[in-house]
Write a protein that binds this ligand. Structure first.
Ligand code: 5AD
Ligand code: SF4
Length: 477
C-alpha cells in the first residue's frame, strides 16, 4: 500500500549497507571514510530528507547508496551536513508547498555554506524555476536522471554553481550497485519506473517519465542477494506495478515474476504495489492462491465510483468493470485484502457521482482506503476542466467517504476476532511484552508476548480485539 510520509531518514536506524554488487568488491563506507583527511570528511557528509510515497523512499535508499559508494557519509541532521538533499513529492499541491516551506528554512546566508539539492517530483516539475524561487539551491534533479547524480555532484565539487538533471526521455532505470536499505526486514525493489497511463489529474507521467521495466533476470538476482543478506520480505514497486513488461528475451509476465520472486529461497513474503485495475487479471489472483509467500493483499486504486468521472479521469475502466476485478479477488480460495485510493471533488463531480463512490465503497468492502481531495496540478489535462468543486464541498465529501470507510473497516476487522494470523514483528513498544507487526494482509497487529527478541520473527498471533485501523492480539504459543 502506498504510504505517504515525510521521513527524515535517520542514520541511526538499523541500517545495513548492502553490497549489491556481487561479492566483496563493493566499497565499504566506513573504511573509505577513515582513509580520508578530517577536513574532507566533514565536506563529504550528506543529509537526505524524503517526502512522498514508497517509490520516493526507495529512491532515497538508492541515492544514499550511490553517495555512500562515493565516500559520502550520511548524517541525521542538516546542521552537520555539507550536502542537504530533499527528495520531493508533488502529487498534491500541499505536498509541493511543504517542500518550498522547508527550503525556505535554508535561505541564502543562513545555509552555512551547504550545498542544497532538490530531487524528485518537485525538481522535475519546477525545473530551473526552483533556482528563481530558492536561489540558494544548487542542484535540481528528477528521478529519471538519478543515474547522472555522480556526474552532477562531481560538477558541483569542481566549482559549478548550479547543475540540473531533468531528462525524462530515457529508456534506462536507476540501477545502482549500492542500495542502502533502511527497513531492517523488508526490502523495497522497483521493477518498473515511470507511468504510461494518462490519468487526467496526475503529475506522475510528467514527473517520472514513461514506463521502463527492469529485466527479470536483474530483478531475480537482486532478490537472491537480498535473501542472502537476511531480508525475508520483498516489496515490488511501481506506479503501475502490474503493467510490468520484461524487456529481456525471457519475456516474463508480471504474475510469472511474482511467483519467481516468491520462489527464491529465504523469501517468506512478497508484496507488490500499486496495481492498475485495467492491467489486473486472474493470473495474479491464481498466483496468490497457489503461492503462500505472495501476500494476500492487493492495492487497487479506483479513484471514483462514477463511470462518468472515471471517463473524465481517463481511468480506462467503468464502475462495473472495476467491480469485476474485485469479484475475481473475492472469489479466491484464501481471503485477499483489498485497499484503494479515492479522489473526491474532481471537476464536474455531481452529488449523484459522489453517491456512486459511496455505493462502490459498500460494494467493494475495502479493507483500507486512502482518500484525497482533488488537487489541481500543473501540466495535467484536468487543470483546464470546467466546473471546479469548492474546497469546502470537497472537504465535506472527504469526511463522508472517510466515515463510511471507517465503518466498513470496523465491521470487517471485527470478523477477524478469534482468528490467528502470522505476523512479521517489526516494532516493540516501550511497555514490557508489547509488540507490533503486520499480517500478510498488511494489517497492523499489536500484541503481547511473554517472549523477548521477537523483532524480525514470524509468529502466530490470535486476535482478541479489532479497531478500524488495527488489530489487537496475543502471541499464540
Ligand atoms: N489530486 C488528488 N489526489 C491525487 N492523487 C494523484 N493525483 C492527485 C491529485 N491531483 C492520488 C490518487 C493516487 C494517489 C497516489 O494519489 O488517488 O492513486
Ligand atoms: Fe498517476 Fe494514473 Fe499513472 Fe497512477 S496510473 S501514476 S494515477 S497517471
Amino acid at each position: 500500500m502506498l504510504i505517504w510520509l515525510h521521513s527524515r531518514m535517520s542514520a541511526q536506524i538499523d541500517v545495513r549497507l548492502e553490497a549489491l554488487a556481487s561479492g566483496a568488491a563493493a566499497p565499504q563506507v566506513s573504511s573509505g571514510m577513515s582513509a580520508r583527511a578530517p577536513a574532507a570528511e566533514t565536506s563529504r557528509t550528506f543529509y537526505l530528507e524524503t517526502f512522498g510515497c514508497q517509490m520516493n523512499v526507495h529512491d532515497s535508499e538508492k541515492v544514499a547508496g550511490v553517495l555512500s559508494s562515493r565516500g559520502y557519509r550520511q548524517v541525521d541532521s542538516s546542521e552537520n551536513a555539507a550536502l542537504v538533499l530533499f527528495n520531493t513529492c508533488s502529487i498534491r499541491e500541499k505536498a509541493a508547498q511543504k517542500v518550498f516551506s522547508r527550503l525556505g528554512q535554508y535561505k541564502a546566508g543562513q545555509d552555512g555554506g551547504r550545498i542544497i539539492g532538490v530531487l524528485g517530483c518537485v525538481a522535475q516539475q519546477e525545473g530551473e524555476e526552483i533556482f528563481e524561487r530558492a536561489p540558494w539551491v544548487s542542484l535540481v534533479c528528477g528521478s529519471a536522471s538519478y543515474r547522472k547524480l555522480p556526474e552532477l555532484l562531481a560538477a558541483l565539487e569542481s566549482g559549478n554553481r548550479r547543475v540540473t538533471g531533468l531528462d525524462t526521455d530515457t529508456d534506462e532505470t536507476f540501477e545502482t550497485e549500492m542500495t542502502r536499505r533502511d527497513h531492517p526486514f523488508r526490502a523495497y525493489l522497483t521493477i518498473i519506473e515511470g507511468c504510461n497511463k494518462a490519468c487526467s489529474y496526475c503529475v506522475v507521467p510528467y514527473t517520472r517519465g514513461p514506463e521502463r521495466s527492469r529485466a527479470s533476470r536483474a530483478i531475480l538476482e537482486e532478490v537472491r542477494r537480498l535473501a542472502d543478506a537476511g531480508y525475508s520480505e520483498v516489496q515490488l514497486l511501481g506506479q503501475t506495478v502490474n503493467s510490468y513488461r520484461d524487456p529481456s528475451p525471457r519475456r516474463m509476465s508480471f504474475s510469472e515474476l511474482l511467483a519467481a520472486v516468491a520462489g527464491v529461497p529465504g523469501i517468506r513474503r512478497v508484496r507488490f504495489t500499486t496495481s492498475h485495475p485495467s492491467d489486473f487479471g486472474k493470473d495474479i489472483v491464481a498466483d496468490i492462491e497457489a503461492v503462500p509467500a505472495i501476500c494476500d493483499h492487493v492495492h487497487l486504486p479506483v479513484q471514483s465510483g462514477s463511470t462518468k468521472i472515471l471517463r473524465a479521469m481517463q481511468r480506462t475502466y467503468t464502475h462495473e468493470q472495476y467491480l469485476e476485478k474485485i469479484a475475481l479477488i473475492r472469489a479466491a480460495r484464501r481471503p485477499i485484502s483489498v485497499t484503494t485510493d479515492i479522489i473526491v471533488g474532481f471537476p464536474g463531480e455531481s452529488e449523484q457521482d459522489f453517491q456512486e463512490t459511496l455505493t462502490l465503497l459498500d460494494e467493494a468492502q475495502y479493507d483500507g482506503a486512502f482518500s484525497f481531495k482533488y488537487s489541481p496540478r500543473p501540466n495535467t489535462p484536468a487543470l483546464t476542466m470546467s466546473d471546479p468543486i469548492p474546497e469546502e464541498e470537497k472537504g465535506r465529501r472527504l469526511m463522508i467517504v472517510q466515515e463510511r470507510q471507517r465503518q466498513i473497516q470496523t465491521m470487517r476487522n471485527e470478523t477477524l476476532v478469534g482468528q490467528s494470523f502470522e505476523v512479521l514483528v517489526d516494532g516493540q513498544s516501550r511497555r514490557a511484552n508489547q509488540w507490533a507487526g503486520r499480517s500478510s494482509s498488511n494489517r497492523v497487529v499489536n500484541f503481547t508476548s511473554p517472549r523477548s527478541n521477537l523483532l524480525g520473527e514470524y509468529i502466530q498471533v490470535r486476535v482478541t480485539r479489532a479497531g478500524p485501523n488495527s488489530l489487537v492480539g496475543e502471541h499464540d504459543i
